[in-house]
Write a protein that binds this ligand. Sequence first.
Ligand SMILES: *Cc1c(COP(=O)(O)O)cnc(C)c1O
Length: 388
Amino acid sequence: MHIKELDKQFVANTYGRFDIALVRGNGEYLYDDTGKEYIDLGAGIAVNTFGAADSQWIAAVTQQLMTIQHTSNLYYTEPCARLAEMLCSRTGMKKVFFGNSGAEANECMIKAARKYSHDKYGDGRNTIVTLKNSFHGRTVTTLAATGQDVFHQHFFPFTEGFLHITANEPADLAILTTDKSICAVMLETIQGEGGVNVLREDYVRTIADICAKNDILLLIDEVQTGNGRTGKLFSYMHYEGIKPDIFSTAKGLAGGLPLGATVFGEKTESVLTAGTHGSTFGGNPVCAAGAINILSRLTPELLSEVEAKGQFVREELTSAVGVVGVFGKGLMLGIETEVAPAEVAKRCMERGVLVLTAKNKVRLLPPLNITWDALKKAVEIIKEVIAQ
Ligand SMILES: *Cc1c(COP(=O)(O)O)cnc(C)c1O
């Protein structure tokens, strides 16, 4: 049976897939089962940080795979310990918990924020404020955290204790000082699934100040924005003087293997104690080896290339026919077009370019090492299809 028919018959029908089956790749080039070539501007939704089948990453992963693939968290392993050290030394944070996905990284962040407050203040101080239009994951709790009504259906009862306020709206922040049940604010500095909406510097600054004054924890969801995607190692680093009490990351961290991390700062490093949280696969040595390879290559030079490539796309498209606006940072870009985003994605696919959509925008999340040639070619094709 053909791949598509098999999938339709036996895989749970939760995805609206594009009508192609991808079978292999090389860097920013992907190939379907008919041999057609595509320039990949999606990177598996910001996962394949250095593209498909990257040789350095394969070497790091296979070396670990041939050594030992898994041990359980009852034992120490070197890749997990080294990766945690790397994350802390690159961010100034103190401790890391490893899980397997973005949702789990956020679950851990939510649990830790509530435990921090409960340890210190006792019952009744457990509300977490999140932003409208956010996306934090698909578990019952992270859906509750997600500030979009479309996600609050079917699965009742949802986890209590989340309050959604409007992003970039300072007037909504009054609640942080009046509602004494609030223990944390959780945000994406750029709302990815929500349509590549960038939070303003002054807005984040105000939140951070209120949080610091009231011992409310600042939680930053770097699942999509992390690992070099926006031109900084983590996106909060674009915001002068901002440091989260906890941040979560996943997607691009291990370059294509499932790995999530919850990273704790000074205030929160000792909140989770033995037995309070865990994960069977979390910190898996193969995934950790992949992540060590990825992080070690996110050098200042690579990050400035990400900035430069993002700037190029922004300049090319801002003035293009059919473009309403270009949003985002680095290689996390949202393009508002006159033609509907789904139609743009379809036309691009026909022309051999894979793009994503997010709400009212065409979303670009290419591999960070995409070649200038491929990027220029893809941008030309996007320009042509959106001008129609
Ligand atoms: C993708 C995403 C998640 C969920 O990650 P999964 O690995 O799918 O669980 C959470 N937060 C943000 C900001 C994301 O982009």
